[in-house]
Design a protein around this ligand. Structure first.
Ligand code: SF4
Ligand code: SF4
Length: 252
């Protein structure tokens, strides 16, 4: 228990953006590998996408297309597996192997709620550079087990409280100050940021959010991110100007 508390304190003492940027200047990308999750957190920022994409599991063919396109573009990424809950990804072992075998994968990170840890074997677990666990009231035992199995890889972030996502556009929050630098891959499309697909579903905006997966896909994304600010970033708790006004609520 002392070890868990020490890890939580260490992680929470650093802003996420600094933790990421401190590793190197390689771009970051999140892969939405499954819409399935054991939990239904009330303020889940991905909740709308999870509902709309129910049953979605990223296929090995989709991973192969991502790898081929990235390699032909000479891109290398720090890659995050996310969702939903990536330990419910049907192709976890194969997908991790494919990514690890590619020059496009500079580092690999698992963001998990640690509830379905029977889905994580030692070989796959050891293939990650980092296993970031969201701490909830009901996963303490599994956290202890993952620390025991992968002591050098586990980091813990507290998720017993969430910032409440605003229902309407917040005033004076643009230009956005975003704490998420990564782009996002889902359903053969590359989104300019990890939250836009889900927020757009909630507010039914038609602003452009993504570029198709094709050679040189990173080039268009900064312009897309800029243009989505009014329709998307004004509702996003990763915009620090929104977060500073948002209510922190307990995650039941
Ligand atoms: S565990 Fe994560 S993905 Fe699942 S509902 Fe909670 S915040 Fe959303
Ligand atoms: S919606 Fe805007 S503030 Fe939120 S993660 Fe995307 S770019 Fe950042």
């Amino acid at each position: 228990m002392q070890q868990i508390k020490r890890l939580i304190r260490k992680f929470l003492s650093q802003p996420i953006s600094l933790i990421r940027l401190s590793e190197n200047s390689t771009p970051w990308i999140s892969l939405f590998v499954t819409a399935r999750c054991d939990l239904n957190c009330t303020e889940c920022i991905m909740g709308n996408l999870k509902s709309a994409a129910q049953g979605y599991q990223m296929s090995p063919d989709e991973i192969k297309r991502f790898i081929k396109t990235s390699e032909s573009s000479r891109y290398a990424f720090n890659i995050i597996l996310t969702g939903g809950e990536p330990l419910h990804w049907k192709h976890l072992d194969e997908g991790v192997q494919l990514l690890r075998g590619s020059s496009c994968c500079k580092s690999l990170h698992l963001f998990t709620n640690a509830l379905n840890i029977k889905g994580l074997n030692d070989q796959t677990g050891n293939s990650f550079d980092r296993i970031r666990i969201s701490r909830y009231p009901r996963n303490e035992k599994n956290i202890e087990e993952l620390i025991r199995r992968f002591p050098a890889k586990v980091e813990i972030v507290d998720r017993t409280a969430f910032w409440k996502t605003p229902l309407s556009r917040m005033p004076n929050v643009l230009p956005a100050v975003c704490c998420n630098s990564e782009v996002f891959f889902f359903n053969n499309k590359i989104y300019a940021c990890p939250h836009s697909a889900s927020i757009a579903l909630r507010h039914r905006t038609t602003v452009t959010l993504y570029t198709p997966l094709k050679k040189g896909f990173l080039k268009r994304l900064p312009a897309i991110r800029k243009k989505q600010e009014y329709d998307i970033c004004a509702f996003c708790i990763s915009n620090m100007k929104v977060r500073n006004q948002a209510e922190l609520v307990k995650n039941p």
